[in-house]
Design a protein around this ligand. Structure first.
Ligand SMILES: Nc1ncnc2c1ncn2[C@@H]1O[C@H](COP(=O)(O)OP(=O)(O)OP(=O)(O)O)[C@@H](O)[C@H]1O
Ligand SMILES: [Mg+2]
Length: 308
């Protein structure tokens, strides 16, 4: 199936000479949820701004629904809803007007029932007559989502949707995203909460220094790069690593009370049985065993060399 967003050799050098994007290639499929991860200044907002037609690319091309975002700006922009990273909404306007105006701005016919459904969905119905300045931070973020959805876009960009939002509200937002996915909306989000990507994304892209380091199916990524650790609590502590285990990545815990086997991928996982057999043959007994899997966060830190 043709991608709904197609990004080719995209580069951006800002007026001051700073190169924020260095040739990014990325295809986004209809209906998928893609999380873009990267440290501060990686180029995430720049990338989103170009796709939304707010910033001009220096080189390369972006197609949205097959149309060029520079040449066919109006058409592509109408397909996109954007929840920006910075809150820039008129604080003296009401929730209802903010969302309604946004629909009009994108040239869509007024549809109060539609606006009502969006506000109810985001638990903002009770606040519809309140001015934005009268809302909490989390509610303001939800208004931004409502505003971005007002013209019924096919593609939704969420730039740090849950920054500074508490855990409960974050989960609530994830449910909103899940509902939108069911409606077939394509969602691209950036986040510094890797747990968020782990929870809701189908694919994960890692961007650093203006380059897309990887983009991969989340589950495959975890399987491929995720390390696992098997910990065997020994019945009797050992003074040294038993012989015959050199070919395994096994270490003795500091107090000698446990053996730790670090492995990666299915091949190494398959060696667990022979490892256990070799221990049994030496009469080494264990009283408990546990496994731990490295998280997306661990993988990210390894790739980028710092936290998100
Ligand atoms: N208008 C601009 N002029 C010059 N440089 C800019 C401009 N906007 C952004 N940059 C630079 O481009 C780089 C990428 O910025 P961008 O906002 O895309 O990062 P980001 O990945 O969204 O970061 P964050 O996680 O902090 O939001 C940064 O080094 C930033 O300073
Ligand atoms: Mg940003």
């Amino acid at each position: 199936m043709a991608p709904i967003v197609s990004i080719r050799n995209l580069a951006k050098t800002y007026g001051n000479g700073f190169q924020a994007l260095k040739g990014v290639n990325l295809d986004i499929g209809k209906g998928e949820i893609l999380a873009l991860l990267g440290p501060n200044g990686a180029g995430k907002t720049t990338l989103i701004s170009i796709v939304c037609g707010l910033v001009n690319p220096s080189d390369g091309q972006v197609l949205v629904g097959g149309h060029d975002v520079v040449r066919d700006f109006r058409r592509t922009r109408a397909m996109i809803g954007l929840v920006p990273q910075e809150l820039t909404t008129d604080q003296f306007e009401t929730v209802w007007n903010t969302v309604t105006f946004s629909r009009g701005l994108h040239g869509k016919k007024a549809d109060p029932a539609r606006i009502e459904a969006i506000l109810r969905d985001l638990s903002l119905w009770e606040k519809r007559e309140n001015m934005l300045r009268e809302l909490s931070g989390g509610m303001k973020r939800r208004v931004l989502i409502a505003k971005a959805l007002a013209h019924e876009p096919e593609i939704l960009f969420l730039d740090e949707p849950t920054a500074g939002v508490d855990v409960n509200l974050r989960r609530e937002m994830w449910q909103v995203v899940e509902r939108l996915r069911k409606d077939g909306v394509t969602i691209i989000l950036t986040t510094h909460y890797i747990e968020e990507a782990e929870e809701i994304a189908d694919r994960v892209g890692v961007i650093n220094g203006g380059e897309l380091l990887l983009v991969e199916d989340k589950t495959a990524l975890m399987r491929k790069l995720g390390r696992k650790e098997l910990r065997l609590e020994l019945a009797e502590p050992l003074g040294a690593l038993p012989p015959g285990l050199d070919s395994y990545n096994v270490a003795l815990a500091e107090d000698g009370g446990a053996l730790i086997y670090e492995y990666q991928g299915e091949a190494e996982q398959g060696r667990i049985a022979t490892l256990l057999g070799s221990l049994a043959a030496q009469g080494i007994e264990f009283r408990d065993l546990s496994t731990r899997q490295s998280s997306l966060e661990d993988i990210f830190v390894e790739l980028v060399g710092q936290r998100a």
